[in-house]
Design a binder for this molecule. Structure first.
Ligand code: HEC
Length: 237
């Protein structure tokens, strides 16, 4: 009887402790950011951005969608640890200090190692980390429709095609995360999907192919780069 009593009281104490800790932690959390307050009172800042400005929609959102907002991780159903990284409003809600990447959890976690590493199946490229850093340091604004920053006549593999694939596709298509058994992490594999037509078919949303990237479409300019690069022989240039 005595044993039973002390066990119950121990459980109760533990529960109380957990509840109190939870309360304290939730109080020290940063307040949720109001997205409009970052964008001159509007939901987004559309149009061309001056040189040196990062474009959230074209350069940053695709990284979050392909590397973080995946099933079981930070999509609308899973939102691991409360992070839902599938849209501007959800991304700026938590873990971002506009103007200060080094104080932003979402940026710092990209440099973790071991079991805290994000994404868990492989670090982002330096260029991707730099894009996220620049975006936060420039105020974490929702810049959209910045297609004028994209020149469809620049279409080398190294400078145009690979960065688009890295940002919009590789998170779901690399060794360790081979969705649809498709690997877009290196030139040789990419070339094989050029040859069988599935790369262009999927990004142009041609019927008969699964439309890619999942749930969205590359900009017309980005698609034009792929077409021109393929027309010119899909070189490893
Ligand atoms: C969020 C994850 C995700 C992202 C991002 C993504 N894919 Fe996919 N992809 C998938 C899944 C899942 C499948 C398998 C779909 C199926 O078989 O129904 C797939 C299938 C494919 C296929 C095979 C399509 C076919 O009809 O044979 C190609 C090619 C492809 N993806 C290319 C891309 C390209 C190129 C991008 C970037 C522009 C991209 N994917 C971005 C998840 C993703």
């Amino acid at each position: 009887m005595k044993l039973k009593y002390s066990f119950t009281s121990m459980v109760t104490t533990r529960m109380l402790f957990a509840i109190l800790t939870g309360l304290v932690i939730s109080c020290v959390h940063d307040p949720f950011l109001d997205p409009n307050s970052l964008n001159d009172g509007k939901p987004s800042i559309p149009g061309c951005t001056p040189t040196g400005q990062i474009c959230f929609e074209a350069n940053v959102l695709p990284i979050f969608i392909s590397a973080c907002a995946r099933p079981g991780c930070h999509d609308a159903t899973s939102h691991e640890e409360g992070y839902m990284l599938d849209s501007y409003a959800n991304i700026v809600k938590k873990g971002i200090k506009p103007g200060n990447a080094n104080e932003s959890k979402i940026y710092k976690v990209l440099f973790e190692t071991g079991e805290d590493q994000m994404p868990p199946d492989g670090a982002l490229t330096q260029a991707q980390k730099d894009s996220i850093k620049l975006w936060i340091n420039q105020g974490a604004k929702n810049t959209t429709n910045c297609a004028c920053a994209c020149n469809e006549n620049e279409f080398t593999y190294a400078l145009s095609i690979k960065p688009i694939l890295d940002n919009s596709c590789v998170g779901c298509h690399k060794p360790g995360s081979l969705n649809g058994n498709v690997n877009l992490a290196d030139y040789t594999h990419v070339k094989s999907y050029v040859n069988d037509g599935s790369l262009l078919g999927s990004i142009k949303h041609t019927s008969g192919f699964v439309p890619m990237p999942q749930g969205t479409k590359l900009s017309d300019c980005e698609i034009a780069k792929f077409e021109k690069w393929i027309e010119a022989g899909a070189l490893n240039n």
